[in-house]
Write a protein that binds this ligand. Structure first.
Ligand code: R5P
Length: 317
């Protein structure tokens, strides 16, 4: 037993199904709480059970509607703090604004840092998250951050497919390390699509392919699929360079804007992702496969609660 006797799990409105699945794994009921918006768009939270002294985990990806999900999370944390929770962990399976993590042009914000500050001011004492856009975002926090990865869940799925001589492809220069970690358990080679973003709009263009994909099935690996533009362009490029078929794979299915029609028109055989973000039925294409991170999160929550190693987890779940 850890420092705090009772483990409680709560959720906002961003991904209650994932929270329920985590509760099933951990074996605790989902905490009772109302989280709703008044007609003036102010968010209200009421915790309907005592959390005094408890080890509280709040599961809330900051996914669509992004700003509302962030406000809900902050307000829930504030309510927990004022209700004398013993320790508050923000479980953020998907951390939005992760791409705004540096001042890479004049007069722009570092919003990923701002959100980190807001979470700490609200009262979060730990953060548990999955596949940040860049690992360095951990350093925006002055509280412990456990960053899990969905890589092994995804590579296990591809292992079962027994693709012949697959090549793992990074759809941009920023995801090369991720592609390397993905390729290793599969014993696959890697290739890199050289992409560049055009302005601040959701547009990118493919410039080159580094490595070889000829005659091989390709697996494109990214942290998220947002509008689907990057992955679709990369898929077309690897087919042009001779790949036999292309799979896409990511932790976070953001699927914003026209993503669904872009992906529908893409040459992708299958899109494999996780349930860090819920996919509404109208966006659920027949070739999308969703793997659940619930057990990974549940096991980690149990270990944080009992003070056991989390690092031990990576190759076990
Ligand atoms: C960017 O650096 C990320 O890793 C993804 O490549 C990006 O978020 C994908 O965006 P989209 O699907 O809109 O092209």
């Amino acid at each position: 037993m850890g420092l705090y006797d009772e483990l409680s799990i709560f959720t906002g409105n961003a991904n209650p199904e994932l929270a329920k699945a985590v509760c099933r794994y951990v074996g605790v009921p989902l905490g009772r709480m109302d989280v709703f918006e008044f007609s003036n768009e102010n968010t209200f939270v009421k915790i309907n059970e005592s959390v005094r002294g408890n080890d509280v985990f709040i599961i809330q990806p900051t996914s669509s509607p992004v700003n509302r999900s962030i406000m809900e999370l902050l307000i829930i944390i504030d309510a927990m703090k004022r209700a004398s929770a013993g320790r508050i962990t923000a479980v953020i399976p998907y951390y939005s604004y992760g791409r705004t993590d540096k001042k890479d042009q004049p007069r722009v914000p570092i919003t990923a840092r701002l959100i980190a500050d807001m979470l700490q001011v609200a009262g979060a004492e730990r953060v548990l998250t999955i596949d940040l856009h860049a690992g360095q975002i951990q350093g925006f926090f002055n509280i412990p951050v456990d960053e899990l990865t969905a890589t092994y869940l995804l590579t296990d799925y591809f292992k079962q497919k027994r693709l012949s001589n697959p090549v793992v492809v990074s759809p941009d220069l920023g995801s090369v390390k991720r592609a390397r970690s993905f390729a290793e358990p599969l014993g696959a080679s890697i290739a890199i699509v050289e992409k560049r973003r055009v302005g601040n709009q959701d547009k990118s263009e493919v410039m080159n392919l580094i490595g070889t994909v000829k005659g091989q099935p390709a697996i494109l690996v990214d942290d998220e699929i947002d509008t689907g533009g990057s992955i679709t362009q990369a898929a077309r490029a690897v087919l042009e360079f001779g790949a036999t078929e292309v799979y896409a794979c990511c932790a976070h299915p953001v699927l914003s804007g026209a993503a669904v029609s872009i992906l529908q028109d893409s040459p992708l055989t299958e899109i494999v992702c996780t349930d860090t973000i819920p996919i509404p039925p109208e966006k659920m294409l027949p070739n999308i496969t969703v793997l659940s991170v619930a057990n990974l999160l549940g096991e980690t929550i149990q270990r944080i609660h009992t003070g056991a190693s989390v690092g031990m987890l990576f190759r076990q779940i």
